[in-house]
Design a binder for this molecule. Structure first.
Ligand code: UDX
Ligand code: UDX
Length: 450
């Protein structure tokens, strides 16, 4: 009989991943538990007002919730009933003590491991879903297996889904990675985990490795993606200085099949919960193993990203006659990318703070992320949060497009021009609008890398 599954942590990773696992494994019961009762209530809400926005997620949850997918705060019963335990609790960058600002804060992970141990009455396979530093699995196995009669086998199954495309990424992944101990018990546990995904993923796409390779691969994969974004953004500055066009350059670079076209879009820099945290983690790992040049190398990916946001503000400053005080600037988009309401590490946050430092009258519009924006900037006063783009643009001296929301190019830009102060500036930091059309209307236009 197929084993039942519980995931601890009902966040951006746990929720969508378990919904798809439940859909594809109708013969297994799948539980998602969380200490946050509000979050669980939202997952269970009658009108499917789920705690996270993700295209296609509601349909999957509608299909399986109450059938074989259950959300609850009862960690104890779920751990007792399930032999396979995924852990998807958050692992933010540690803000205190040793490794502050770089290492992962593992306190939630460890607390969760101790809870699993407290409630378990039979052998368990514990699967890391959270991104963790290399060798965490070994530490967790040591905690779990210390003076107990149950046997715990710890696997690493990092998640590669990107927000905004999570459901597609889960249903049709490039690869699934499962790392585990290479002894007999480990191999059996790996096969149990493989079976969950083999219900819909072709077997050759399910890659198995030792546990440390899996942990390191997740950090390395995110670092490589972040590095591509920083690389193209580094070229963007040079394009602005020389008259080259970064979109043209990226297109031709990406046509080389050795390089490929993805993750070469210049913009305001990367955001999201993972890239910065994971690169910093890699920096910390390199430092701890005495590999200082490697640490500096990866650290530069983050520095380049910060520089990109600082550059947006300096260019506005220069373009707006070297003073921003009392001017109104409207940020179009606060989410770290389109199709999500997530604002963790969003470039808009940094730009908003730099603008407020310059005494800008700031207005922010976003179709999905305004509640998070309010929360993130709650220490700053005087910012307007306006859902309607036309209202948000009223009397503005400049608009800065920070998120590439799909509908932005289709807005009535003539109408926006009419309600703004003149000269009216659009800084399209995502290069997603038709610059020629904007210039025809009368806007001054700035782009990244042009
Ligand atoms: C995930 C991964 O865990 C993280 O390592 C990765 O790098 C990014 O994605 P995510 O799903 O985005 O995190 O985190 P979040 O949305 O914060 O969800 C974590 C959930 O775990 C929260 O709902 C929180 O309440 C819950 N939690 C946390 C517990 O149930 N128990 C705890 O002890 C701590
Ligand atoms: C990322 C990884 O893609 C995913 O595999 C991993 O599991 C978690 O981290 P996510 O953070 O959801 O996913 O978003 P992603 O689509 O990777 O975008 C990250 C950031 O890079 C966004 O701010 C995005 O706007 C930016 N980006 C991406 C660019 O600026 N240019 C690009 O070409 C691509």
């Amino acid at each position: 009989m197929n084993k039942n599954i519980v995931c601890i942590g009902a966040g951006y990773i746990g929720g969508p991943t378990m919904a798809v696992i439940a859909k594809m494994n109708p013969d297994r019961k799948v539980y998602v538990v969380d200490i946050n009762a509000d979050r669980i209530n939202a997952w269970n809400s009658e009108d499917f007002n789920l705690p996270i926005y993700e295209p296609g997620l509601v349909d999957v949850v509608k299909e399986v919730r109450g059938k074989n997918l259950f959300f609850s705060t009862d960690i104890e019963s779920a751990v007792k009933e399930c032999d396979i335990i995924f852990v998807g609790v958050n692992t933010p960058t540690k803000m205190f003590g040793r490794g502050a600002g770089r290492a992962s804060d593992l306190q939630y992970w460890e607390a969760t491991a101790r809870e699993i141990k407290k409630f378990a009455t039979t052998d368990k396979i514990v699967i890391e879903k959270s991104t963790l530093p290399v060798r965490t699995a070994a530490a967790m196995a040591a905690i779990l297996n210390d003076s107990t009669t149950c046997q715990f086998t710890v696997l690493s199954n990092p998640e590669f889904l990107a927000e905004g495309t999570a459901i597609n990424d889960l249903i049709d992944p490039d690869r699934v990675l499962i790392g585990g101990p290479q002894d007999a018990a480990g191999k059996i546990a790996i096969e149990e985990a493989v079976a969950i995904y083999a219900a819909w993923v072709p077997r050759e796409k399910i890659l198995t490795t030792n546990v440390w390779s899996a942990e390191l691969t997740k950090l390395a994969a995110n670092a490589f993606l972040a590095q591509r974004v920083s690389s193209i953004n580094a070229i963007a500055g040079l394009c602005e200085a020389t008259g080259a066009d970064v979109d043209e350059v990226a297109k031709v670079i990406g046509a080389d099949s050795r390089i490929g076209p993805k993750f070469l879009k210049a913009g305001p820099g990367f955001g999201g919960s993972c890239f910065k945290k994971d690169v910093l983690n890699l920096v910390y790992l390199c430092e701890s193993f005495g590999l200082q040049a490697a640490a500096d190398y990866w650290d530069q990916v983050i520095k380049m990203n910060d520089f990109q946001q600082e550059r947006i503000v300096s260019r506005l400053f220069t373009e707006m006659f070297n003073t921003l005080a009392n001017k109104k600037i409207t940020l179009f988009g606060f989410a770290f990318k389109a199709d999500t309401g997530d604002t963790r590490e969003t470039p808009s946050g940094k730009v908003a703070r730099l603008l407020v430092d310059e005494h800008v009258r700031l207005s922010i519009t976003d179709p999905k992320a305004l509640a998070n924006a309010r929360n993130d900037l709650s220490d700053l006063s005087g910012i307007d949060y306006v859902e309607d783009e036309y209202k948000a643009a009223e009397d503005a001296d400049a608009i800065v497009v920070m998120t590439d929301w799909r509908h932005y190019p289709t807005l009535d830009w003539k109408r926006i021009f009419e309600v703004m102060r003149k000269p009216a500036l659009v800084f399209d930091a995502r290069n997603c609008l038709d610059a020629a059309m904007l210039k025809d209307i009368g806007f001054k236009v700035l782009n990244i890398g042009k």
